[in-house]
Design a protein around this ligand. Structure first.
Ligand SMILES: *Cc1c(COP(=O)(O)O)cnc(C)c1O
Length: 406
């Protein structure tokens, strides 16, 4: 067991499910037509593959197939949604609302718009990672055209009250976009019941291939329009030109279908059970250890824990066979604490002491039990070497200590 690698970094990317690969393979060397070729069988069989995928993706979120735009991933989907809506509705208003803990694929397009005549409100979050509905309501002005709030956070797993946000947006006639990379196929989503106008998702977060994703764009009540970012050929209702990535799209469709089954057949419940086993296993054996994000309103596969007095990167060296992420982001020059953890009010020290574990349908209970043991052992060993931890154990309040300065 100890020499087997364990992958607990599924919020970064996932293994392609073999059933997805099987579905994709014929679309490389046999069914290789261009789905835009309407006058021969090669085109038709490709188009059929794309149509099936479109139906499958749409049905995961209660949408109509015509409302699905295939993209190169969620980064592109978020860009089309945010910049495309800004370009199309910029006459109506120039204000956008998002939150500080969004993925960079939402934050950066919003920052770009700030440099091009738009005003953006970045809402703060509470300790559990949720926005305040009152703050959202107060931020809305007659100039607001779009709210972009993600469903599940990729670092801390916190789920936002999407249906409530959708209801408020409808009441104010503001468009609502949500980045659902971490919840699509893991948490039930219904674009109509939740008042969602635009939704992005990505293949490689759901055991599909990399480089493919989908954007849902509502067609009625209201009919939403996005200015294109990529021009040429008018594919995908003019919102995303370019020959379709047929094998990728077919894979995304199959991955979506398998996820939808997983919500119904208990697979997601099993993953959630393992998530809780991991959380309880660690928190019950280690003191000064804190779960980040919301305890229950969180994605079924995410665990994010701060281990006081140990540095995340050193901890990870203690269990090299387990793939996880730390709460530090390597920027060009230094190790920066995660901006998401910071936004929760987690101090820099604790942010650097954080580890994200993210599970998948391929995660086993044996792997979780192994991970719990390895983490507990590594943290205990590092703490034994920490004078600060020893002082804290002796009841010394570290904030009160007068350190000698040199
Ligand atoms: C992975 C991820 C993205 C980016 O998706 P790509 O398909 O890799 O471009 C955007 N938002 C969230 C929340 C993600 O987890």
């Amino acid at each position: 067991m100890s020499d087997r690698k364990i992958y607990l970094d599924n919020n970064a990317t996932t293994r392609v499910d073999p059933r997805v690969l099987d579905e994709m393979l014929p679309f490389f060397c046999e069914k290789y037509g261009n789905p835009a070729s309407r006058n021969h069988a090669f085109g038709w069989e490709s188009e059929e593959g794309v149509d099936i995928a479109r139906d499958r993706v749409a049905s995961v979120i209660g949408a109509d197939a015509k409302e699905i735009i295939f993209t190169s991933g969620a980064t592109e989907g978020n860009n089309i949604a945010i910049k495309g809506v800004a370009a199309m509705y910029g006459e109506k208003g120039k204000h956008i609302i998002t939150q500080v803990t969004e993925h960079k694929a939402v934050i950066d397009p919003c920052k770009w718009l700030e440099q091009h005549g738009f005003r953006v409100t970045f809402l703060p979050v509470q300790k559990d990672g949720r926005i305040s509905m009152d703050a959202l309501r107060e931020a809305m002005t007659p100039d607001t055209i779009l709210v972009s709030i993600m469903h599940g956070n990729n670092e801390i797993g916190t789920l936002q009250p999407i249906a409530e946000i959708g209801r408020l947006c409808k009441e104010k006639s503001v468009l609502f976009h949500t980045d659902c990379c971490q919840t699509f196929g893991k948490t039930p989503i219904d674009v109509n019941a939740m008042g969602i106008d635009l939704l992005s998702c990505s293949g490689h977060k759901i055991h599909g291939p990399k480089g493919v994703g989908a954007l849902y764009v509502r067609r009625r009540n209201p009919r939403v329009r996005c200015e294109a970012i990529i021009h040429g050929g008018g594919h995908e209702r003019g919102m995303r030109s370019g020959t379709l990535n047929v094998p990728g799209i077919v894979g995304l469709g199959k991955a979506a279908q398998l996820c939808a089954e997983g919500i119904k057949n208990g697979e997601v419940d099993r993953i959630r059970g393992l998530r809780d086993r991991l959380i309880d296993g660690i928190l019950s054996q280690l003191d000064e250890t804190y779960l980040n994000g919301h305890r229950t309103e969180r994605t079924p596969n995410n665990v994010n824990i701060s281990f006081a007095f140990v540095e995340g990167e050193s901890m990870m060296m203690g269990f090299p066979e387990i793939a996880v992420s730390s709460g530090s982001a390597c920027t060009s020059a230094s190790l920066e604490p995660s901006y998401v953890l910071r936004a929760l009010g987690v101090g820099d020290d604790l942010a650097h002491s954080s580890i994200r574990f993210s599970l998948s349908r391929f995660t086993t209970q044996e792997e979780i039990d192994h991970a719990v043991n390895r983490v507990v052992t590594a943290v205990r060993r590092l703490r034994q070497m920490s004078p600060l931890y020893e002082m804290a154990q002796e009841g010394i309040d570290l904030k009160e200590v007068q350190w000698a300065h040199h």
